[in-house]
Design a protein around this ligand. Structure first.
Ligand code: MOS
Length: 710
């Protein structure tokens, strides 16, 4: 194999910068004259703030401004009839309070500590109104989503499962789970005159941020510069522009100095979205030999009173298995809470927990191996859309994953498998996530010293996007990776989609591939050879023969129109082996295997890391994470890392990623399908199912804490 080809394991091109502290995150830019913004949060969950006493804060040392609903400069995009209206919460635009911890003031001072102190001096007077944060009490107030033409789904007959010979009918609860990336959300904003603004901000999409900030302030997008070169994790929490980012720019405009606004860890629980609390009912009906007759999947999840959030929690039940009858229902319950946001595997992670747990329950009722049950309901075409899959190797995932976890050692009878005093269990959980591709543009420059630079306005929230792009370019151009640099995270670069939905390698990777092909063709033509020649040529010599110091090209890459004919998904089978202590309920996750059909894998090293990271997120979802409200106040009681538990190294033993690694022939020229979301989907049910296999205890309410096992 040639060096630096797609399919290699290339170390991160920015790894040295990251481990030496050279990588600058949004909060680390030294901007002259910097000031610091600190948000003051409401302490009621509904009503109005009738007065704010800011006198003490304004007199405190170093304070430059205290912005409140009573004095805030108007944000054009917040006003009724705005040309480009900003969706969601309009911070400081009026005095209404929709949820506890909603910001009611922003203090700007010359140091962070002074701003924090002054923020503590702001005193609010409220008119308190009744509020609701109790999901269970309000579940009957669920409404069909208004957005996006949502329709409940029926194939064949609704609720057909009820008349089947073997029936499972259960309810599954997923608590609120918060992204909590290690890096806090930070925005540094500064203006050049009245109509040009620059933001260093944590963003999954610099072009999207550019459009949102331009809309908010009524600016030409070209006058908005967004920088987000390094992102310390986001998981969906930076897919959109949040009110605090607009507030930072609003404050910078007012004080005529740069403002850096950093959320506190507690504010990370309330200001930047979360995976919503969801209750799902699953009905499964099967024949005695394990053929599904009907699937019913009903989901209720929470949203905010001021903005609707929806996700595809029930979608997976519509296509993952071959059942003649399927119906799904989805409702959102508006509460006095901050608005949710997509969180890694949005919708599918939630839905798969319920569906894959219920299938496991069905397997025990049928006395059938859980893998065999899935094989009996395997579908070679998409039963929802009646289209062929662009590619699907889920059977291979079952088989390879089963081998790697040691499925042959599983005992069908719960509680029958012991190692010393520990109960041993094995479980499987499957998932799928749409394989998408957006339009993206890349610009390439070959210089006479042989170096290649490529730019595209994508982001890297952690997967190693730059590294994959360098590998695609190295492979396509046939030159060593260390000659190539890839730049991202800057809105001045050519257009690229927001990094989300597992689509970056598919979208931006295609643009990188295509721009490299275009450059190659140009160089061959310059060398007087056919553009599609495969004969090796010396690119630098071609430049020199033509007396050119460099050559530059920009190429847009759009989706394949043929793709319409196919249904495109990445598929996964997660396997877990657990030990459970029968007396203490302690769970030791001995091993997780993630076997994935995500098309061609560009870079095995970063892809494996991404799968491991996603699995750790899944462990958090399954075992520890739960944001808990005190419904008397509508306020989280565990909005910190002491009380909200995320998995740490000691919780994680072996995680192995296995890739089928067969190129998808349809979606894009590289053959990738995406792994960002699939890495998490299926982990929670694999663990819940393994714990049942070990103990005979079926936990349908996450997280699976020890108290639920004793
Ligand atoms: Mo992902 S939830 O699309 O950042």
């Amino acid at each position: 194999m040639k060096k630096d080809a797609i399919g290699d394991s290339l170390s991160r091109v920015d790894g040295r910068l990251k481990v030496t502290g050279g990588a600058k995150y949004s909060g680390e830019y030294k901007v002259p004259n910097l000031t610091y913004g600190v948000l003051v949060s409401a302490t009621i969950a509904s009503g109005t703030v009738t007065a704010l006493d800011t006198r003490a804060a304004e007199r405190a040392p170093g304070v430059l401004a205290v912005i409140t609903p009573f004095n805030a400069p108007k944000v054009p995009g917040y006003q009724a009839g705005a040309e480009r209206p900003v969706r969601g919460l309009k911070l400081f635009n009026d005095n209404k309070i929709y949820f506890n911890a909603q910001p009611i003031a922003l203090v700007v001072a010359d140091t962070f500590e002074r701003a924090t102190y002054a923020a503590s001096l702001v005193k609010a007077t409220y008119n308190t109104e009744p509020f609701e944060t109790d999901f269970h009490k309000n579940i009957d107030k669920g409404v069909t989503p208004q957005k996006g033409n949502y329709k409940d789904y029926v194939r064949g007959e609704a609720n057909a499962y009820k008349n089947a010979p073997v029936v499972v009918e259960e309810e599954y609860l997923l608590p609120t789970e918060v992204h909590n990336p290690m890096e806090l959300h930070v925005t540094t904003a500064f203006w050049d005159g009245d109509d040009k603004v620059t933001l260093y901000t944590k963003s999954q999409g610099v072009k999207g941020s550019q459009r949102s900030i331009a809309a908010a302030f009524g600016l030409n997008p070209d006058n908005v510069q967004i920088n987000s070169r390094f992102v310390g994790g986001a998981f969906g929490s930076s897919l959109r522009t949040w009110p605090h980012e607009i507030a930072a720019a609003q404050a910078a405009k007012l004080v005529k100095r740069p403002v850096k606004l950093t959320l506190t860890r507690e504010q990370m629980f309330t200001q930047v979205g979360y995976r919503p609390l969801t209750i799902q009912k699953i009905g499964l009906g099967a024949t005695a030999d394990g053929k599904l007759i009907g699937i019913t999947h009903e989901s209720h999840s929470q949203t905010a009173v001021y903005e609707e959030f929806t996700e595809g929690a029930v979608n997976v039940s519509q296509f993952l298995y071959n059942s003649p009858n399927v119906n799904t229902l989805y409702k959102v319950v508006p509460l006095n809470v901050g608005v949710p946001a997509p969180m890694r595997g949005p919708g599918e992670a939630t839905g798969s927990f319920a569906l894959e747990s219920a299938l496991d329950e069905l397997s025990y009722k049928l006395n059938l191996d859980p893998i065999e049950l899935r094989l009996r309901n395997y579908t070679d075409t998409d039963p929802e859309r009646n289209k062929p899959w662009s590619s699907k190797y889920l059977k291979e995932c079952y088989q390879k994953g089963a081998e790697a976890i040691g499925w042959a050692d599983r005992k069908a009878q719960p509680g029958a498998n012991k190692e010393g005093e520990w109960l041993v269990g094995y479980g499987i959980g499957c998932g799928a996530f749409g394989a998408y591709r957006g339009n993206a543009v890349a610009k390439i420059k070959l210089t006479a010293d042989g170096s290649v630079n490529i730019q595209s306005a994508t982001s890297d929230i952690g997967p190693g996007t730059g590294t994959s792009m360098v590998l695609i370019a190295a492979d396509t151009l046939g030159i060593p990776a260390d000659k190539i640099t890839f730049e991202l995270g800057n809105s001045a670069f050519p257009n690229a989609p927001t990094q989300g939905g597992s689509a970056t390698v598919s979208s931006v990777g295609s643009a990188v591939h295509d721009v490299c092909v275009a450059l190659k063709q140009k160089l061959y033509t310059m060398a007087g050879k056919p553009a599609d020649s495969t004969e090796p040529i010396d690119y630098v010599a071609v430049l020199k023969q033509n007396n050119m110091p460099s050559v530059e090209l920009t190429q847009e890459s759009k989706g394949n129109p043929e793709a319409q004919k196919y249904s495109m998904y990445s598929f996964s089978a997660h396997f877990a082996k657990v030990h459970v202590h029968p007396l203490t309920g302690q769970v030791k996750i001995k091993k997780i295997v993630a076997c994935v059909d995500a098309g061609k894998i560009v870079n095995h090293k970063t892809a494996s890391s991404q799968m491991i990271g996603g699995a750790v997120g899944g462990v958090g979802m399954a075992m520890t994470e739960e944001a808990v409200f005190d419904d008397r106040y509508g306020r989280y009681i565990n909005g910190n890392f002491a009380d909200y538990h995320v998995p740490v190294n000691a919780d994680i033993q072996q995680i192995e990623a296995i890739f089928i690694d067969k190129p998808d022939p349809v979606l894009n020229p590289v053959g990738t399908k995406g792994i960002g979301e699939i890495s998490l989907i299926g982990v929670a049910p694999a663990l819940a199912n393994a714990i049942y296999n070990a103990t005979g205890k079926r936990v349908r309410e996450l997280p699976i804490t020890p108290d639920k096992l004793i």
